[in-house]
Write a protein that binds this ligand. Structure first.
Ligand code: GUN
Length: 333
């Protein structure tokens, strides 16, 4: 479909306005379920605990870790922020992680990425006890996902599955295009969708005829980290669009293009000098049947799933202990 005059529907055809999939509302549904599960654990004398390791002072990482710690407080989980200096060595960070592995009151360990250049990130992620790997980044967690075994799954793709399921978007038999092949989002996303019986295509920077591939999708998951790259005329009318991108946009020219139909947002951008945008052109709402906004779409689910993984880790770590053989009724495997 051609895209002219900032509208993306054929002449004489009514413009579709996508149903907006509100991540904040879905997060509240997940939190309501988690609150019950946390209360049941508390009745057994268990308070799930999360340790967040933040190395250095990147403002973005600091903001993410603060949001994670605040979410723990909101739900009544124990949390600890550990902030070693930027100059920490791989060996020192390994020692820190091993100490957290041994502490029984810590159920989940997350090491905020990226780590400074001198630190071997792979060795650090592999040092986290898989039973406490609430980010789902450890090779054991990834292996369990590949094998379809229960375990801790990376938070952003797990959050996307919650959005699709809780919004009633059919996955079984759907053609799904995942754009991006990162270890954190694209690969686990594709596996989760495949386990849910979707037909999955993974696209990346070398994919030929990308717009044509995307046009065949009933569901598009955009996770390339390229501001506004997916054009409205790449979307099949009525398709579901999940925008995982969180890009800081400062380019005034691109902002003018992306917000040509949204003068209020353009005005706000001009006042502040930047805004957060996804990987999908916002006007894709004129073509899609359902779409996540940025911000307020996938973002809130990433933290919700971290909370969910922390509770799950607390439960699974104790499942084999005789003193905790009474399982909470809301337990999920
Ligand atoms: N950096 C960006 N996203 C993430 C995440 O989900 N987990 C961690 N540990 N670091 C990140």
């Amino acid at each position: 479909m051609a895209c002219r005059s900032n509208t993306y529907h054929r002449a004489g055809e009514q413009a579709l306005t996508a149903r907006i999939l509100n991540g904040n509302e879905i997060r509240e549904l997940i939190y309501a379920d988690l609150r019950k599960e946390i209360a049941e654990l508390r009745a057994l004398g268990i308070q799930p605990g999360l340790a967040a390791v933040l190395v250095g002072n990147s403002p973005a990482s600091e903001m993410y870790v603060s949001s994670k710690v605040a979410a723990c407080a909101e739900l009544g989980l124990y949390s600890e922020k550990i902030a070693p200096p930027e100059t920490i060595t791989t060996d020192e960070l390994l020692t820190l992680v091993e100490r957290l592995n041994r502490r029984d009151e810590i159920d989940g360990i997350l090491v905020q990425l990226p780590l400074p250049k001198q630190v071997n990130s792979k060795r650090i992620l592999e040092a986290v006890d898989p039973a406490k790997d609430v980010d789902g980044f450890h090779p054991v967690s990834v292996g369990r996902l590949v094998a379809g075994q229960p375990g801790l799954v990376a938070c952003t793709p797990a959050g996307v599955m919650e959005i699709l399921r809780r919004s009633g978007i059919p996955i079984e038999g759907a053609n799904v295009v995942v754009m991006g092949r990162s270890d954190i989002v694209g690969k686990p996303m594709a596996l989760l969708l495949m386990h849910a019986h979707a037909t999955v295509t993974i696209c990346h920077s070398k994919t030929r005829d990308l717009p044509d591939v995307v046009r065949r999708a009933d569901i598009v998951v955009a996770a390339m980290g390229k501001a506004g790259m997916v054009q409205p005329d790449w979307i099949k009318p009525g398709a579901t669009v999940i925008d995982v991108g969180t890009n800081k946009l400062t380019d005034a020219g691109l902002a003018a293009t992306l917000f040509a139909n949204n003068p209020k947002r353009l005005e706000k951008f001009r006042e502040k000098g930047w805004t957060t945008v996804g990987d999908v052109h916002p006007d894709a709402t004129q073509v899609a049947g359902a779409m996540t906004p940025v911000p307020g779409g996938v973002g809130p689910l990433t933290i919700a799933m971290l909370m969910s993984n922390t509770v799950k880790a607390a439960r699974l770590r104790r499942a084999s202990r005789p003193e905790f053989s009474g399982q909470p009724s809301a337990a999920k495997g």
